[in-house]
Design a protein around this ligand. Structure first.
Ligand code: HEM
Ligand code: HEM
Length: 193
């Protein structure tokens, strides 16, 4: 077991961070759509589902910060054989996924007017209540006006489309490597070190 990445494989820490992110993304989607589809507005279940979404989203923000630091401090495994275009596409896809992992928590936090009751353990002040918002924005606009474009990015553009497309594309690429190219791409992120 190697903590850091090697030429052949992702190390234990990169693997944990990757699979934890995948699980947290699933949790962020399940909680928000459960809220939409299976709860009534203004019920305790509706609030709990929202708070789970906020808590999971904030956790993704923390995990991605650790992940980026770990990535900077580590080598990447050598890519599997492929054309320059294949390697470029993989790089671009991974970069876009990192961008999503940063944009979603940031737009989620900035566009939410209620505190995050972090897994019901402690409160994280909402952006609306921070001195930064009060001093810089509250004189010129209401929070509703401020959050509108941010919510549009978080929900309508990223949440409903871009994130799905990237994740589906990412999983399809992993399956293509496994079953068509039959190389070690998935193994690097799952087995050995
Ligand atoms: C990677 C992390 C996140 C993902 C993938 C994500 C995804 C989503 C999605 C898919 C929606 C619903 C879109 C729709 O209405 O169709 C949503 C709504 C929302 N998100 Fe996030 N989000 C994340 C992080 C956050 C964070 C950190 C916060 C705030 C601290 C947040 C606050 C909200 C709020 C308030 C809504 C509206 C709730 C609702 O429509 O029921 N999100 N998010
Ligand atoms: C079932 C779901 C998933 C599978 C099967 C999967 C599979 C993989 C595999 C095999 C790699 C290694 C690729 C390589 O070395 O070229 C990888 C890397 C990566 N995955 Fe996933 N993944 C999944 C979910 C996710 C999710 C949800 C995200 C983020 C939202 C994500 C983000 C990334 C990123 C950014 C990398 C590049 C890591 C690096 O080298 O820095 N993955 N994934």
């Amino acid at each position: 077991m190697t903590l850091g990445n090697t030429a052949e494989n992702y190390g234990t820490i990169a693997k944990w961070l990757h699979w934890m992110t995948a699980l947290l993304f699933l949790g962020a989607y399940v909680s928000v759509y459960y809220r939409h589809w299976f709860t009534e507005a203004k019920t305790p279940e509706n609030w709990t589902a929202l708070q789970l979404h906020l808590s999971i989203g904030v956790t993704i923000g923390v995990v991605v910060a650790l992940r980026l630091l770990w990535k900077m401090a580590n080598r990447s495994p050598d890519p599997e054989p492929g054309s320059r275009l294949d390697h470029l596409a993989a790089k671009a896809g991974h970069l876009a996924l990192y961008a999503v992992m940063v944009i979603m928590p940031v737009t989620g936090y900035l566009g939410t007017g209620v505190n995050t009751e972090y897994f019901f353990l402690f409160d994280i002040t909402s952006f609306k209540e921070t001195e930064y918002f009060i001093f810089n924005y509250s004189d010129t606009m209401t929070f509703k006006e401020f959050e509108k474009p941010i919510d549009f990015i978080h929900k309508d553009i990223m949440g409903a489309w871009v994130v799905w497309l990237l994740i589906v594309g990412h999983i399809a690429a992993a399956l293509y490597h496994q079953f068509v190219k039959k190389d070690r791409t998935i193994e690097k992120m799952t087995r050995g070190s």
